[in-house]
Design a binder for this molecule. Structure first.
Ligand code: ADP
Ligand code: MG
Length: 244
């Protein structure tokens, strides 16, 4: 599938820009006497405007990988270059600012603040960004884009799971990041709602965003541009292996 290539910039050689460059990433977790290699010398690239699925068994290291891409977690070794920035070189303060600007994150369990309304949840990441002066207006527009304008003043508890996830997606887009990372974003949703959320992601890719989505849903992983399989500490192209 190559249908997602609107608004993609090319470099001076006519090549698509690299959004993610992972070089020799290793992640070790201490486990009593021994050490567990969650990821062992992993290398891959993701180009701007790609929609990439990450698959693999439970405990294979998918969330670990996503957390390393967002800088939430640091690798034990190796480098992570996102949109030209080597994030392993950033101080924690710079990293937090960078993440707020460059990455939108969507979680399985939505992570909305229950005491804030939907629009207030979407406004939150704009507090310290260039959008802060227009944050309410922009948050309302983002909610409108995901079909939730009329529920802007509702609290998370009073909307459905799909609506919570739409709100979380609007929040992920608050600072207009080029890269969206989603960790099992449809894991708590029924299959019909999951499809709607996936369609929303496809629209974002059409608008030029790069999308990386961990998923267990084979229907969805069959529809993305490319699928990476995490297994035994390695990351490989699933289609080339004939797995999907
Ligand atoms: P997945 O998302 O694919 O289910 P994870 O990335 O959550 O897998 O976990 C991969 C492996 O790393 C598992 O064996 C898990 O137990 C281990 N792991 C993850 N986070 C930690 C942690 N903070 N401390 C120790 N081990 C961890
Ligand atoms: Mg996980």
């Amino acid at each position: 599938m190559g249908g997602h290539s609107i608004k993609i910039e090319l470099d001076v050689f006519g090549r698509r820009k690299k959004m993610i460059q992972i070089e020799n990433i290793t992640k070790i977790f201490p486990n009593g006497e021994q050490q567990d290699y969650a990821l062992n010398q992993v290398n891959f690239e993701i180009l701007e405007g790609e929609f990439v699925g990450i698959v693999g068994k439970s405990g294979s290291g998918k969330s670990t990988l996503l957390n390393i891409l967002s800088g939430i977690d640091a690798p034990s070794a190796g480098s992570v270059i996102i949109n030209g920035t080597d994030i392993s070189r950033l101080s924690s303060r710079k990293l937090a600012k960078w993440r707020n600007r460059e990455i939108g994150i969507v979680f399985q369990s939505f992570h909305l603040l229950p005491t804030l309304t939907l629009v207030e949840n979407v406004m939150l990441p704009m507090e310290f960004s260039k959008f802060r002066k227009k944050k309410r207006q922009r948050a309302l527009k983002l909610l409108e884009d995901v079909g939730l304008l009329r529920k802007a003043d509702f609290f998370p508890d009073s909307v459905s799971g799909g609506e919570k996830q739409r709100t979380a997606i609007a929040r992920a887009l608050a600072n207009n990041p080029p890269l969206i990372l989603a960790d099992e974003p449809t894991g708590n949703l029924d299959s019909e709602t999951a499809k709607e959320i996936f369609t929303l992601f496809e629209q974002l890719v059409t608008q030029g965003k790069t999308m990386v989505m961990v998923t267990h849903d084979q229907d969805l992983s069959n529809k993305v541009d490319r699928t990476l399989l995490v297994k035994d500490g390695q990351v490989r192209e699933a289609r080339k292996l004939g797995i999907l």
